[in-house]
Design a protein around this ligand. Structure first.
Ligand code: GLU
Length: 302
């Protein structure tokens, strides 16, 4: 029986095929949803359209199927949901929680001498000066302190204004920002728990702030360690992430489970994919997942 309460999702950006790093996030969110008899959704995060392509979407979805992960509802595409993002933006505007900004990246760099993280100094907070043209729209933050307990990484706290600054919710190229899109989608799809890579941990406080300002429900969060190269770089297509095997998914699935410290028994690698998943769902333990932001991929061979 499906647990109507638990709703999880895997939300890849289709900028390349599924690689070992993104597979880890997919497996974790799938196992977590199936363990609770919950619903598992796939959302294609193609809001940043120039960086995304239909071939990657096709390859990602094929790989998920080959790896035995079935989604329960129709796939949602961010590129088709501007109307929802616009409604949320209108709400923020109507509450005076957003403002137009004329600053380019270069302006922020020049104005903030010691500001290596490009924290926005609030130049346009009280209106655009010198007849400059509006480029983007930012959220009006107010030193909110956001705390949350991540199920893997533990306690996390951020002062949005100080640590991030008023962040962009609609970009200069007229696209909605990822932070706004993901918050609207998680609410609209009634997601109860977000399981994703730890590279998103730092975005979570911004997302919770947006949820609070829009009176949305805040889901649980669980950030999985990233698989990195030996020198600590995130596995990606640029740095030769080992391609996942789509002829026979079993060895890569077992490596991913080993990476997640689920300790699959050695004879499992000879079983069929359904049997492997049965084992995973029965034995899935989030306590076993290391509370680390990243783990070199080689460690998985311990
Ligand atoms: N689309 C993001 C990615 O592919 C994931 C965002 C999320 O899961 O919230 O890295």
């Amino acid at each position: 029986m499906t647990n109507m309460l638990y709703r999880g999702r895997f939300a890849p950006s289709p900028t390349g095929p599924l690689h070992f790093g993104s597979l880890i996030a997919a497996i974790s969110s799938y196992a977590q949803a199936r363990k609770q008899n919950g619903t598992w959704l796939v959302r294609i995060e193609d809001v940043d359209q120039p960086r995304c392509d239909a071939t990657s979407t096709k390859l990602i979805l094929e790989a998920l199927e080959i790896y035995g992960m079935q989604w329960d509802e129709n796939i949602v595409y961010q590129s088709q949901r501007d109307h929802l993002y616009q409604t949320a933006l209108d709400i923020l505007k109507s509450k005076n929680l957003s403002y137009d900004c004329a600053c380019s990246r270069k302006d922020i760099n020049v104005n903030a001498e010691y500001n290596s993280n490009l924290i926005y100094p609030g130049t346009c907070k009280n209106g655009i000066k010198n007849n400059k043209q509006a480029r983007s729209i930012r959220l009006h933050t107010n030193n909110e302190i956001i705390n949350f307990n991540d199920k893997v990484q533990g306690y996390y706290s951020q002062n949005i204004t100080k640590d991030v600054g008023d962040f962009i919710i609609k970009r200069a190229d007229n696209l909605f920002a990822y932070q706004l899109a993901v918050v609207v989608d998680d609410e609209e799809q009634n997601i109860t728990e977000v399981v994703r890579g730890s590279d998103m941990l730092d975005s979570t406080a911004r997302q919770i702030l947006l949820q609070q300002l829009l009176s949305y429900v805040t889901p649980q969060y669980m950030h999985i360690p990233l698989a990195t190269t030996e020198d600590g770089n995130k596995l990606s297509k640029q740095n030769m992430a080992p391609p996942i095997n789509i002829e026979d998914p079993r060895p890569t699935l077992i490596s991913a489970l080993t990476f997640l410290k689920q300790y699959p028994p050695t004879d499992l690698r000879d079983c069929n994919i359904e049997t492997i998943w049965d084992w995973v769902i029965n034995n899935w333990s989030i306590k076993a997942i290391p509370a680390k932001l990243s783990i070199p991929y080689n460690e998985t061979n311990d």
